[in-house]
Design a protein around this ligand. Structure first.
Ligand code: HEC
Length: 297
């Protein structure tokens, strides 16, 4: 093998280092915004701030514990009609909230008599119950993400994120800190997690038991991103870089200590992932396929 052809991050020309660093920095900021966006879109799904398993379940599988109309009839709209009338409305919702049943049977009369004095065209901020579509909308089960939205987001994520990891992985592949074996693992991991992540959206759409797989895959992707990012930047700027810090100077020694600390923490996280996380992931993926094969048998 011709050793001379090998490119290492620390020996790159400064312009190339600037290019790589610019890319890594902007991608990291993009990643940060993506996380904030997840916090705002999915994080609020259960009405509470912060990401939980419930949020994931509501976002993909939906909240199937009842419709808005049912919840209101048990909540702030409980005293608007008699108990018997509420019961009639509930039954109509449970039976599928069909328009035929609505006009033929009692529901329409109850809504007209007990609800429309407030819920009408003139009311602002609350739904107008003189139009059946509005009632139907609130009597619908929340089924989470639709198949069309999942298809759209799936292909955007697969194309987009694989590109991000193409370049992050390419830059990282010139690093020398880790052995070739660990480098290969670090470069391959995000792709595996990306596929598991997208797959788990679809599985969670089918059954809420897969919600934790989404979190696991997302965390795995983030961890491999952080690892490659830190190692690449460290090698470009903090190894044998005389103009940044004289070799052997206190400045470089302290940077080495910090870098070693970061790498040790990453190695620690890596060990946890390998020992705790991977066996669980494998078991979960296996469960997923067992469950799927049972479902479609
Ligand atoms: C006295 C006026 C009044 C009457 C009568 C009334 N509502 Fe309401 N309704 C409101 C107000 C005000 C709100 C918004 C505040 C809230 O959600 O509690 C609301 C909210 C709702 C919501 C939630 C809408 C949303 O988009 O979140 C539903 C569902 C609802 N009402 C159903 C009913 C039903 C069914 C009846 C008849 C049995 C009824 N309401 C009778 C005033 C009324």
């Amino acid at each position: 093998m011709n050793k001379d052809l090998k490119i290492t991050l620390s020996e790159l020309d400064t312009p190339v280092k600037i290019l790589f660093t610019g890319y890594l920095t902007t991608v990291a900021i993009g990643y940060l915004f993506a996380l904030i966006q997840i916090l705002f879109t999915h994080g609020m799904a259960d009405g509470k701030f912060g990401l939980s398993i419930d949020d994931i379940v509501y976002s993909y599988y939906g909240n199937r514990s009842g419709t808005v109309l049912e919840k209101k009839l048990n909540g702030s709209m409980k005293d608007k009609a008699t108990e018997q009338e509420n019961f009639t409305l509930m039954q109509w919702i449970r039976d599928g909230a069909e328009e035929k049943e609505f006009t033929n049977l009692k529901p329409q009369k109850i809504i007209e008599a007990k609800c429309q004095m407030c819920h009408n065209e003139g009311a602002s901020g609350i739904p107008d119950f003189t139009k059946f579509e509005n009632i139907k909308e609130l009597a619908k089960q929340d089924e989470g993400a639709t198949f069309s939205s999942l298809t759209r987001v799936s292909h955007i994520h697969l194309f987009g994120i694989s590109f991000i990891f193409m370049f992050v992985g390419l830059i990282f592949s010139f690093s020398t800190t880790a052995s070739s074996k660990y480098k290969s693992i670090a470069i391959g991991m995000p792709y595996a997690f990306l596929i598991i992540d997208i797959l788990s959206w679809w599985l969670t759409k089918l059954s809420p038991m897969f919600a934790s797989l989404i979190i696991v895959a997302g965390a795995g992707m983030g961890a491999s991103f952080a690892f490659m990012w830190v190692v690449s930047l460290k090698e470009m700027w903090f190894i044998n870089n005389p103009w940044f810090c004289e070799p052997g100077s206190p400045c470089q020694r302290s940077i080495k200590v910090i870098a070693e600390f970061c790498l040790n923490s990453l190695a620690f996280i890596g060990r946890i992932i390998r020992v705790e996380f991977f066996p669980k992931l494998v078991a979960m993926t296996k469960n997923a396929f067992d469950w799927l094969s049972r479902k479609f048998k």
